[in-house]
Design a protein around this ligand. Sequence first.
Ligand SMILES: NC(=O)C1=CN([C@@H]2O[C@H](COP(=O)(O)OP(=O)(O)OC[C@H]3O[C@@H](n4cnc5c(N)ncnc54)[C@H](OP(=O)(O)O)[C@@H]3O)[C@@H](O)[C@H]2O)C=CC1
Ligand SMILES: Nc1c(N[C@@H]2O[C@H](COP(=O)(O)O)[C@@H](O)[C@H]2O)[nH]c(=O)[nH]c1=O
Length: 363
Amino acid sequence: MQARIHSTLLDKVDFSERIVNGFRRAIREALQYVGRTAPNPPVGCAILDEQGNILTVAAHHQAGALHAEALALQQCKELGVWDRISDVIVTLEPCNHTGRTPPCSEALLKTPAKRIWIGIKDPNPYVAGAGHIRLREGGKDVILLEEHSSEIAQYWHQQCIDLLAPFTKFMLEQKTWITVKQAMNMTGSMVPPKGQKTFTSQKSLTLAHQLRRGTEAIITGVNTIKMDIPSFTVRHVPDHPDVTRLLVICSQVKEKLEDALSEHYIKQAKANGFSLLLCNDLEQLPELLYAHKVMWAMVEAGPVLLQEFRQRQLWDEWLTIRQQAQGEDDVAIISKHPACPTRQLLSDVQFLFEKEDLCSLVS
Ligand SMILES: NC(=O)C1=CN([C@@H]2O[C@H](COP(=O)(O)OP(=O)(O)OC[C@H]3O[C@@H](n4cnc5c(N)ncnc54)[C@H](OP(=O)(O)O)[C@@H]3O)[C@@H](O)[C@H]2O)C=CC1
Ligand SMILES: Nc1c(N[C@@H]2O[C@H](COP(=O)(O)O)[C@@H](O)[C@H]2O)[nH]c(=O)[nH]c1=O
């Protein structure tokens, strides 16, 4: 009975178009930094005035830098709009502890903000809840999306779950989120025409590079290295500045590895910002990735290695780019989880089918 009264009250909260826009802008800003924040989560924040005008939008850029709320508040000061702060929208519960930066809950309590809108509670069990409780104790009206049953609240809560998914897995399971990307031509083959490394459309290559940009590691096989001499760089979209990624090369045969990994390739990979890592046992891969603080990894490998990933269930999302006609591809994604961060990251892509039989894809 009590729960029903509670939910009726909560549903009275007005999710106006301005608040929705604030969440949209905060998430879009946070997405700009996905692939750069590890081991921290990507977080976005939008600050609105009483009329719902956006005063500023900010995101957490990288570990050690200001949190999204702290940066947004700093921007409000610089813009001279501090006194107009009314609604603060933040994708993740503000922290209540002193880490590399002071607690955001205390910073928010010092503002004239009336309402703090929170997309999702901190998934870290040691600190979950502390931020919003402190804000409520301090007299702020706190709206936690997960406490609301309306469709609109649930939709934006889900968006925040997607944004946080690799971090949540990393934090709770000490494991890396793995997205497999598989390109297939019209006949279902993954092998590019002679003399080419890729065959998918310009749009799909942009998508692949967007995904590279959002991940901290690329996993491939020794055969792909030998046959394609891939660069694995981000070229079709602007890359994060000064970012170092891990290039994990899978091989169980030492001689093959020595043959494929020429001194020239190693030099080129380093110049492209990669640290190289060898993996001769896929069972060890999760531990290896976690030890290197990889929150999100992408697999770009041929059919033999993909079959290994499939058999071992070593994936969280499986993205298939299937050529339909010259310059036209279908893009499908399957997630094993309720979250699908790749779909969110590639939000400009129309995903055509989502429940494909994996067995037929990885043949
Ligand atoms: N369309 C697409 O999306 C892509 C296509 N390709 C194409 O795929 C082709 C190559 O495919 P493929 O032969 O699968 O090459 P890969 O190198 O991608 O994968 C096979 C290699 O993975 C290694 N491997 C397999 N199982 C394990 C394991 N359990 N532990 C560690 N290492 C393992 C093996 O190395 P070893 O034998 O040394 O043990 C094997 O040679 C190329 O033509 C390339 O262009 C490549 C990437 C993406
Ligand atoms: N064939 C194929 C892909 N293949 C992947 O891209 C690698 C080449 O990367 P780069 O050297 O950076 O251009 C190649 O070795 C393989 O891993 N990717 C795609 O998006 N579409 C495609 O059709």
